[in-house]
Design a binder for this molecule. Structure first.
Ligand code: AR6
Length: 172
C-alpha cells in the first residue's frame, strides 16, 4: 500500500472514500466533521440519521467506523469514525489505532482503493500531533487491506510536518 501525505482540505479530495473525524452522535460538529457536512450537503446527515435509527441507537462507539455516501463531495463515500478524546492520565492509543484499522476494514467492504484520512483526534479532541501521526501511520502501514493508497490530508503546516517526521521515522 502507498502512504501519501498532502497538505489541504479533505473535502476537496476526489478519492473513493474520505474518513470523517466524527463524534458518537453522527450528527455533525466542528472541525473536519463540520466541513464535510457543510460541503457534502444534507444527504450525508440523512444517512447518518438512518444509521442511528437502525444500527447505532446509542451512537457509534469510539474506535469504530461506518460508511455513508458522500453527497455533493467529489468522493464516493464518507467513512465516519469516532476518535478518542486525548487524556494524559489514560492511554487510549488503542482506540485511536482502531479508528484507522476499522476505517480500512470498512473501505475494504466498500471496495474503496484510495482512501483519504484526516489526523483523527488531533484537533478538538486534543491528541498531540506527533503522537497522533505516529499512531496513524503505524496502524495504516501494518494493516492487512486491499486499499492501494492511504492519503493523509493534513490541514495546516504543523500537521503536515508532524506526519512527515513520523513517516521518515518509520522508513528510516
Ligand atoms: N480537511 C482536513 N483536515 C481538517 C479539516 C479539513 N477540512 N478541518 C480540520 N482538519 P477535528 P477531532 C484537521 O477537530 O480532534 C468535531 O466537532 C484539524 O486541523 O476535526 O477528532 C467532531 O464532531 C485536525 O488536525 O477532529 C467531534 O466532536 C484534524 O483535522 C470532534 O470535532 C482533526 O481535527 C472530533 O475531534
Amino acid at each position: 500500500m502507498d502512504t501519501t501525505l498532502v497538505r489541504g482540505d479533505i473535502t476537496e479530495q476526489a478519492v473513493d472514500a474520505i474518513v470523517n473525524a466524527a463524534n458518537s452522535s453522527l450528527m455533525g460538529g466542528g472541525g473536519v466533521d463540520g466541513a464535510i457536512h457543510r460541503r457534502g450537503g444534507p444527504r450525508i446527515l440523512e444517512e447518518c440519521r438512518a444509521l442511528r435509527a437502525s444500527s447505532y441507537e446509542k451512537g457509534l462507539p469510539t474506535g469504530q467506523a461506518v460508511a455513508t455516501t458522500a453527497g455533493r463531495l467529489p468522493a464516493r463515500w464518507v467513512i465516519h469514525t469516532v476518535g478518542p478524546v486525548y487524556a494524559r492520565s489514560d492511554d487510549r492509543s488503542h482506540l485511536l489505532a482502531s479508528c484507522y484499522a476499522e476505517s480500512l476494514r470498512v473501505a475494504d467492504e466498500l471496495g474503496a482503493k484510495v482512501v483519504a484520512f484526516p489526523a483523527v483526534s488531533a484537533g478538538i479532541y486534543g491528541w498531540p500531533l506527533d503522537d497522533a501521526a505516529r499512531i496513524a501511520l503505524t496502524t495504516v502501514r501494518g494493516a492487512s487491506t486491499s486499499v492501494a493508497e492511504a492519503r493523509f490530508v493534513l490541514f495546516g503546516d504543523d500537521a503536515y510536518a508532524a506526519f512527515e517526521k513520523a513517516l521518515a521515522g518509520l522508513t528510516a
